[in-house]
Design a protein around this ligand. Structure first.
Ligand code: FAD
Length: 464
């Protein structure tokens, strides 16, 4: 029979022991359960953190409970919580199929340490999120707990700690990530819990109606129906993408008027879908190799470069994260005349002279999502039309986090840093306002695809 240490060893660098108060082979005597603290990886499928908890439970002959606490998250509003709760309802059904109980608690009844006492936890397994707030939660909890606490880097393909330090460019991180694919780009075990709970602990039902009593929740951003939340819908979307759009991915990547990208970012952001599930499905498909390669480069190289960025750069959501060359060039051009200036309200309400930009803003407001090409254009124009690079950075970041379903994500922080502050890019030709930060022109953008059709579609979406 395997020992707890050999179970842990099989997860290699995905697992971190968060406290050393007890050894992994010494779970609390008389314990009655294993608790999995579901936080970022909001799914039952291909979730290495859940798999570890189940394997530990099966080894110790204990049932497993997945615990989720609804907490305020900086920048999140009704749109995000609605999507999250509907997704959790789907996760709860799939956990049941794996014999795992699901417990949902809401402030002020979401004390995880108290829950571990309540159910007599032998140990706690959590997932990881590189953003500062959830990392702070984990560190604070580790100090409080007297049971072993392990966390699993479940939402990346290559565990972040294997890269050990900040990576400065896609071309640098790419081969380093690839070197670990044999170990980590492999199917998850998805075991079933052998022991079920006789009487599961009390739980709320995952339903947006729960939010009605949350007085301080920002309700000004309404839910959208552009995406059906949950793993089931995410898998259907993945299947459709792989079958019909992957083979055209490279040529449609620069074309917001065509439904060419996977639109999986909200699911990946909420952990309703694992990047491992996506990458393996893409690898298995019969699409041309160059299409698969291009897609996997976005999903793995760029997404994991962003995860690395927020892990090692404490100022990831501020213009301070820029490289020295970008600070110098933006500083040198900070007093340049800005012939066009818009207030935050004008931007927010999509009231600029630029119909293409307004269309992108409408897509964000009404679909909670934007095509990658338009995200780049959108952020660069904010730099052009703001009184300072600092103001532009704040406006882009705050609107992105507020309206995009996939906002408050490492890829968002890296995306704004790339567009406004040249992060992971190189100096280009000198021009006003931008200095040597890469510029994007509206007329050039509009020539690349059917901009009129995109504008029409977004106006229709907004009911204009
Ligand atoms: C200014 C700006 C803001 C952005 N904000 C966000 C954000 O808030 N959340 C977010 O998830 N992405 C963000 N991105 C990255 C990218 O635009 C989106 O991930 C992508 O458009 C999502 O659509 P998709 O799922 O159809 O992508 P696909 O093209 O189908 O790509 C598949 C997946 O790869 C990842 N990916 C693709 N492009 C990038 C990239 N450039 N950087 C990092 N990961 C990438 C995403 O997880 C995406 O879902 C931003 C980019 C910019 C320039």
């Amino acid at each position: 029979m395997s020992s707890l240490s050999s179970i842990l060893a099989a997860y290699k660098d995905r697992v971190t022991a968060r406290n050393s108060s007890r050894s992994p082979g010494d779970p609390t005597a008389g314990a009655r359960a294993i608790v999995y603290w579901m936080q970022r990886a909001q799914r039952a499928l291909d979730n290495p953190a859940l798999d570890l908890a189940i394997e530990m439970g099966n080894h110790l002959g204990l049932p497993v409970v997945a615990y989720f606490g609804i907490v305020p998250f900086p920048g999140a509003n009704l749109r995000h919580y609605d999507f999250m709760l509907r997704g959790l309802a789907d996760a709860a059904r799939q956990l049941e199929a794996r014999n795992v109980a699901f417990v949902l608690r809401q402030h002020p009844h979401n004390n995880l340490a108290a829950f571990c006492d309540e159910v007599g936890a032998a140990l706690l397994v959590g997932d990881e999120n590189p953003l500062r707030e959830p990392e702070r939660w984990r560190q604070a909890l580790a100090k409080k707990l007297r049971i072993p606490f392990f966390t699993v880097d479940a939402d990346v393909i290559v565990p972040r700690r294997l890269l050990a330090k900040a990576q400065y460019a896609a071309r640098i991180i790419r081969p380093r990530l690839k070197a670990h694919f044999d170990d980590y780009l492999v199917p998850c075990s998805n075991p079933r819990a052998k022991i079920a709970w006789d009487t599961p602990p009390p739980s709320l039902t995952a339903d947006p109606a729960l939010l009605d009593d949350w007085k301080s929740l920002d309700r000004s951003v309404r839910p959208v129906n552009s995406f059906t939340p949950g793993t089931t819908a995410a898998l259907a979307q993945l299947k459709d993408f792989v079958a019909h759009r992957l083979a055209h991915y490279p040529e449609r990547q620069g074309d917001p008027a065509q439904d060419g990208s996977s639109r999986l970012s909200p699911y990946l952001h909420f952990g309703q879908l694992s990047p491992i599930t996506v990458a393996l499905a893409v690898r298995k498909s019969k699409a041309p190799e160059e299409c698969k390669e291009k897609y996997l480069d976005e999903l793995i190289t760029w997404r994991e470069l962003a995860a690395n960025f927020v892990t090692y750069c404490p100022v990831y959501d501020s213009i301070e994260c820029a490289e020295p060359w970008a600070h110098r060039t933006l500083g040198a051009h900070s007093a340049d005349p800005r012939p066009i200036l818009y207030t935050r309200q004008e931007l927010e309400e999509a009231r600029t002279h630029d119909e293409l930009w307004n269309a992108a803003q409408l897509q964000m407001l009404h679909a909670g999502w934007m095509h990658n090409y338009m995200r780049m254009y959108w952020a660069k124009k904010i730099l052009e039309w703001s009184p300072s690079p600092q103001a532009a950075y704040r406006a882009a970041m705050e609107m992105n986090d507020r309206y995009q379903l996939d906002g408050r994500d490492p890829s968002g922080y890296a995306g704004v840093a790339w567009a406004v502050a040249g992060k992971f890019d190189r100096p280009w030709f000198e021009r006003p306002i931008f200095g040597t930060i890469r510029y994007m022109s509206g007329p050039a953008a509009a020539k690349k695809f059917n901009a009129e059709s995109y504008i029409r579609e977004m106006k229709a979406l907004a009911g204009e």
